[in-house]
Design a protein. Sequence first.
Length: 468
Amino acid sequence: MIMSRIEAPRDHDTGTLLDQLLTGLPAEAVLTDPDITVSYANDMASFCPSGTPAVVVLPRTVEQVQHVLRVATELRVPVVPQGARTGLSGAANASEGCIVLSLTRMDRILEISPVDRIAVVEPGVVNATLSRAVNEHGLYYPPDPSSWEMCTIGGNIGTASGGLCCVKYGVTAEYVLGLDVVLADGRLMSTGRRTAKGVAGYDLTRLFVGSEGSLGIVVKAILALKPRPPQQLVLAAEFGSAAAACDAVCRIMAGGHVPSLLELMDRTTVKAVNDLAHMGLPETTEALLLAAFDTADPGADLAAVGALCEAAGATGVVPAEDAAESELLLQARRLSLTALEAVKGTTMIDDVCVPRSRLGEMLEGVERIAEKYRLTIGVCAHAGDGNTHPTVCFDAQDPDESRRARESFDEIMALGLELGGTITGEHGVGVLKKEWLAREIGPVGVEMQRAVKAAFDPLGILNPGKLF
């Protein structure tokens, strides 16, 4: 139900806010029914508090976003930008009494240029929609988060998201050339460029990527594209230990190979996938490594990598012969998180990233933590770039198990820092990892980041309570 300014429940402050919003927005863009607005309170993270939004606004134009920010500044009302709410850190969680600014209706692909190899898009464009659209022009947009069928480009930019192909093609930040951003006071600013090169001034574009909506609202993005690569072929290698699989990863990367995908699943994850999908993976598998190449001769690349896996102690190496076989081999990896969720019903998904050379120590440490807290913790990883996803399985209805889950999650982050890593490789900080961001960057780092925040948002109305 969309409520008009007359139907909406209102106290004096809420009434003033609605009145001013509706001077520049159509009634259908303003949601106040609490049964509806409550559905905008959270993203997909566990253990992240959220407030009740005063109103949800769904703009379609840049001018409407500017109007919302001007009203918010005048009335000192916090604004929480949102995309598809597929995030895993609480970055999109509502603040009490805030304006939730959902950008999902700003979903136009404005331009695809094969000559300039760019796409110009609004923030609500779904990642998979963009990928398919540019493919029709023989082009490729590489960033591919696991939620790519639902997540939006604006959300990807806000959290600097990654994906399976990052080992070869890099993360979202490497594809954002320029942005149009509405600042906290409603002014519109353009950053970056649409040219292949450009170094004019500070790189404000990169500053906004990963800022989780705390510095401004992205309303347009210029994205770099690549030529569409050949169809990739996949190899699966089974190992008798996680250490052997991590050794294979190190050999592959040290050997100068550039796989388009290099993914690892530990024994807990393999078992969960077997239990869910009956894929027939050997019960003796302690770790499964998947490697892919999209080169001109992927078969030769797979053969070379297969030999390195065998040298590292692989008990079985299975290269795909065609795209159909490759897709079958990738099914297990794609089912990982669904399978782990089925173990207990609730999961906390970490995304600690460590140097590749420390990947084996990370997996061994997670196993010790699982034993210490008497929990099932499966690890799937973007092994090629050291980005691990320890996934804590627990019963959310069991208070003691929930406590142990949260404590184990924190211990995993501490382990990552001890190994020279970072608390987040692609999910962002949000609410979930605020304390850990401060530990990672230190007091001077926090001071400087707060100074940047104050320069862009002096009233502190943009996504308050996130990051630090």
